[in-house]
Write a new protein. Structure first.
Lengths: 226, 385
């Protein structure tokens, strides 16, 4: 790999750049919209389908993924010049797995009910494509600080989609947000019924699809040239 | 007619470029071409001239749907009066059903066309006739007791996510009307299955008869197929079910109209039937001998008469957009629809309406089937060359 060339470039840039330079801010901000991990990179969709029935697990999941992406990016970026290219995937997996285990244990210790709801999906953050994708695409070639920001940005970008989808699914599917009733009783009395489809995973797929549709019609940068 | 023409001519300038309502011109266009033969002529290139355009195609399907619609309306009234043990004349039953079904149709058309018009105006394309058929198919696949706002939601869902999102009529890879039904089946299961098939609005001086049971044939046969109504009853359609699906006879008339006019593909209809029979006979052969009432023992031809198979095979599977296009592909497509229908009905009591799910599934696979057929054809030609 380009282990010999990158440090040179790094030294040069280091002199010019502040912590929150324009470029670093873009690294943090882009994943929220222009390069959103779920709707543009189409990563981490499976967990987005699974944990968005209610808002609370979605928020916890988003935080978990943010922590894992941010710190695994940071760690991998710190040791990127010493990782042999051939076994880099294994090294990335070990780092991600360690962080996920920490998150999992924290959840079990302090939020047992949420941890039960998220069940296997916390453990599956290890295989969440966002984590590996960002490690491969960004952290392996960038300095630690931008990598850390990139991790946070992508985690939040994932989180935004998760929360939006979860809010819609919980409001339409069970008439509540975070457990509080938002659909008034008189509406039920008039014959309104909760939408059962929203409780099923395909609903998240529809909603993400609609979100992508809306995003592309708004953000011209994303429209393919073909 | 002349008056309408004059009126249209007088308001036309407002919808032309630079006019006051320029933005709304797709809506105007749709209305005008709906009433009169369009006045556009082709300006370049060679075009095939044919009397049959999209509008006429769609209208033929509407005509083919009329038998099922009328029979469905009558059956709604018949089932209602049967449940209360009342004697009612043919006209009484029909009128009762007419007033029950009409609001569903109106809501379906109003909402669906509304969505189409909005999209046409926002995207500046023409309003197409695709919704004419979809708008009638949706009510026919619903139970008569369905709340109207659910119909509206289904119509919105199918027009936006089934059609407009892919570019409008002709671009949908799934049948929009079935999509609406599938949406409502999963979104409001309590209103799409169970004891909801007969309109039980109270009748003064009458109570429900003891023999009344809300179960449709598809539910009955999973428990004990010998309790099904006679094959003749199922063929004519004196049974409970969605508005349009009960009568295989009415669907047969529709099928003849569709095949006679060349709108529907007879290959698809025939292969659906063959698929059902093959799978039905196969399951009969495998059926456990020590359980004489097991669903697998159901005579194969019962599957043709029960539930929505006839309706689905005639009006849904033949949808020219979402079906397979190649000749061989059509046979494979239809056969698999028939087979999956029987498999779903027999082995998955949770989703009794197997024909809906199997048509949607095969809609997804239709392009793949076509691709494989074409590839195989190329291979064969190469071998010969």
């Amino acid at each position: 790999m380009s282990t010999e060339t990158t440090p040179v470039a790094v030294v040069e840039e280091k002199k010019k750049e502040g912590l929150f330079s324009k470029k670093n801010l873009r690294v943090l901000r882009d994943p929220l919209d222009d390069t959103n991990p779920v709707t543009v990179q189409i990563l981490g969709v499976c967990s987005a389908l699974a944990v968005t029935v209610q808002v609370k697990p979605a928020i916890i999941m988003a935080l978990g993924v943010t922590v894992v992406t941010a710190f695994s990016n940071l760690i991998i970026s710190l040791i990127r010049n010493t990782i042999p290219n051939r076994i880099r995937i294994i090294v990335q997996l070990i780092v991600a797995a360690m962080l996920v285990t920490i998150v999992d244990q924290l959840l079990k210790a302090y939020m047992f009910d949420v941890s039960k709801k998220l069940s296997v999906f916390v453990g599956l953050i290890i295989t969440n494509c966002i984590v590996m994708g960002r490690l491969e695409a960004f952290a392996l070639a960038q300095r630690p600080w931008p990598s850390f920001l990139d991790g946070i940005g992508n985690g939040l970008g994932y989180g935004i989609i998760l929360v939006i989808v979860a809010v819609i699914r919980e409001v339409l599917g069970s008439g509540s947000v975070l457990g509080f009733k938002v659909v008034p009783q008189w509406l039920y009395d008039m014959g309104y019924v909760n939408n059962g489809l929203m409780m099923l995973p395909p609903a998240a797929l529809f909603l993400i699809g609609i979100f992508i549709w809306w995003q592309r019609s708004r953000n011209r940068k994303l429209i393919n040239a073909s | 007619m002349k008056i309408a023409q004059k009126l249209l001519n007088s308001v036309r300038p407002h919808f032309k470029e630079g006019g006051r309502f320029e933005k709304l011109h797709p809506a105007f266009d749709a209305l005008e071409t709906f009433l009169f033969v369009p006045g556009h002529t082709t300006s370049q290139g060679v075009h095939v001239r044919d009397a049959i355009d999209l509008k006429r195609t769609m209208f033929t399907v509407i005509v083919a749907l009329v038998p099922t619609l009328f029979f469905g309306m009558w059956n709604v009234g018949y089932q209602h009066h049967l449940a209360y043990g009342m004697e009612a004349s043919l006209v009484d039953s029909f009128l009762f059903g007419f007033w029950k079904v009409l609001p569903i149709i109106i809501v379906s058309y109003a909402v669906g066309l509304g969505v189409e018009f909005i999209f046409a105006i926002v995207r500046n394309h023409q309003v197409s006739e695709g919704y004419l058929v979809t708008g009638l198919l949706i009510p026919l696949t619903m139970p008569v007791t369905i709340p109207l706002w659910m119909v509206a939601l289904g119509a919105i869902f199918c027009t936006v996510l089934g059609k407009e999102i892919f570019g409008g009529t002709g671009m949908n890879f799934m049948n929009p009307a079935l999509l609406a039904r599938a949406f409502m089946f999963f979104a409001f299961p309590a209103y799409m299955s169970g004891d909801i098939w007969t309109d039980l609005s109270p009748e003064a001086g009458h109570v429900l008869v003891d023999a009344y049971s809300g179960a449709t044939n598809l539910v009955t046969f999973d428990a004990n197929f010998t309790k099904l109504p006679s094959a003749a009853d199922m063929f004519w359609g004196f049974e409970q079910g969605s508005i349009g699906e009960t009568s295989a006879f009415a669907c047969l008339i529709g099928a003849l109209i569709l095949i006679g006019t060349g709108i529907g593909s007879w290959q698809i209809i025939v292969s659906c039937v063959v698929g059902v029979l093959v799978m039905g006979l196969f399951l009969n052969a495998l059926a456990p001998a020590d359980m004489p009432t097991h669903a697998m023992h159901t005579p194969a031809y019962y599957h043709l008469l029960m539930g929505g198979f006839a309706f689905g095979a005639v009006y849904m599977a033949t949808d020219p957009v979402s079906a397979a296009q190649t000749e061989t592909g059509k046979w494979i497509y239809g056969l698999l629809i028939g087979m999956f229908t029987v498999i779903l009905r027999v082995f998955n009591p949770a989703y009794p309406e197997g024909v809906m799910l199997s048509i949607l599934l095969m809609n997804v696979f239709a392009p793949l089937i076509d691709h494989l057929v074409v590839e195989q054809h190329i291979k064969n030609r190469k071998k010969r060359a």
